[in-house]
Design a protein around this ligand. Structure first.
Ligand code: ADP
Ligand code: MG
Length: 344
């Protein structure tokens, strides 16, 4: 016996979307920090309790949202980032689907507090699963926005059960925040877990400051074993830090890759780098690097899959060869004894 066809209620539609947008606490953090980037924030504070299952609070000093738009921001397919197909084709913001806030709201107790600089005070909306009321209430907050997410998945117990331990969920958040912090040196980041401050990164704008941040995120040991490179060829630029093969890892936990400033996880790039290390590193180990590829935005599509952070290059073999060639040469030049380079 089948049920009659019916249109699903909004909360359920949002919960279904939430299954994709927010698979775990780290994904919530990612969406909210990217919203802060899109809002022109310079300083971003991330407070976490119980691995993000108890509390996620992201505070920024960006442009804010006016009281008339607060409820709208929490509505599905509502966005200030695109308005037409032309906009979509050249979108430069992280978001544009208008799905993150309503999805998160549908599976948590959430409040959105915001104050554009021109407002005399802040306003807020809140709800659990859905907004309590579309009317914003006066609140107190400096210019900028705070999003507070409590009790993630409280109303979707099957999902909640899939969460790992608080420590594991927090590790994902910490990795993500490190990844984001290395994508935006000009932004300040603070990360707290259960009231303990774990990262406090001031905005930096010079070589020394960037290197200090890499040390904070990847560890001083990484930096001590790393060389800095900066190569240009055929409109491609690759710069960043590569650890010498002696610093091999048993996990791929220190591999940070960026394309035009966005964190990516790209098979083609990872493969090229792995091959560059192949003659110097045992195949059970993973190289460590923080690398930035820059190229004409027309040569790459970064919006292939926003969640998975994949990219598509127009001339992928050129990119592969450039990455492989550059890193391979740097490593070869650094070998202590050139005789070691000769095949036996
Ligand atoms: P999207 O980012 O795809 O537009 P979201 O659901 O993440 O969708 O956000 C909806 C809208 O709320 C955004 O388009 C933006 O206008 C506003 N917004 C969300 N977060 C912030 C923030 N931290 N500061 C200012 N505006 C925000
Ligand atoms: Mg967004």
């Amino acid at each position: 016996m089948r049920m009659p066809i019916q249109i699903l209620p909004d909360v359920l539609v949002n919960q279904i979307a939430a299954g994709e947008v927010v698979e775990r606490p780290a994904a919530v953090v990612k969406e909210l920090v990217e919203n802060a980037f899109d809002a022109g924030a310079r300083r971003i504070e991330i407070e976490i309790e119980q691995g993000g299952l108890g509390l996620i609070r992201i505070t920024d000093d960006g442009g804010g949202i006016g009281p008339q738009e607060l409820a709208l921001a929490m509505t599905r397919h509502a966005t200030s980032k695109i308005a037409s197909l032309e906009d979509l084709e050249q979108v430069a913001s992280f978001g544009f689907r208008g799905e993150a806030l309503p999805s998160i709201l549908s599976v948590s107790r959430m409040s959105l507090v915001s104050r554009p600089a021109a407002e005399a005070h802040a306003w807020q909306v809140e709800g659990a699963g859905a907004l309590d009321s579309p009317r914003a209430q006066p609140a107190s907050h400096p210019p900028g926005t705070s999003v507070v997410v409590r009790d993630l998945f409280f109303n979707t117990p099957a999902r909640r059960k899939f969460m790992k331990s608080e420590a594991t969920e927090f590790r994902h958040i910490q990795q993500l925040v490190g990844r984001l912090a290395l994508s935006r040196f000009a932004h300040g980041f603070r990360l707290l877990h259960n009231r303990r401050k774990l990262l406090d990164l001031p905005p930096v704008d010079d070589e020394q400051g960037r290197e200090a941040r890499v040390g904070e995120v990847c560890g001083e040991d990484f930096l001590r074993h790393a060389v800095f490179l900066d190569e240009h060829r055929a409109g491609l630029r690759l710069w960043g830090w590569v650890a010498l093969p002696a610093f091999a890892r048993t996990q791929a936990d220190l591999q940070f890759l960026y394309v035009n400033g966005r964190a990516v996880r790209d098979k083609l790039m990872t493969h090229a780098l792995r091959r560059a290390f192949a003659d110097a590193m045992h195949s059970t180990h993973y190289p460590a690097y923080v690398l930035y590829l820059e190229l004409d935005p027309a040569r790459v599509d970064v919006n292939v899959h926003p969640q998975k952070a994949e990219v598509r290059f127009r001339d992928s073999s050129t990119v592969h060869d450039f990455l492989f060639g550059t890193v391979h040469r740097v490593l070869r030049e650094l070998r202590p004894d050139p005789a070691l380079n000769r095949p036996a």
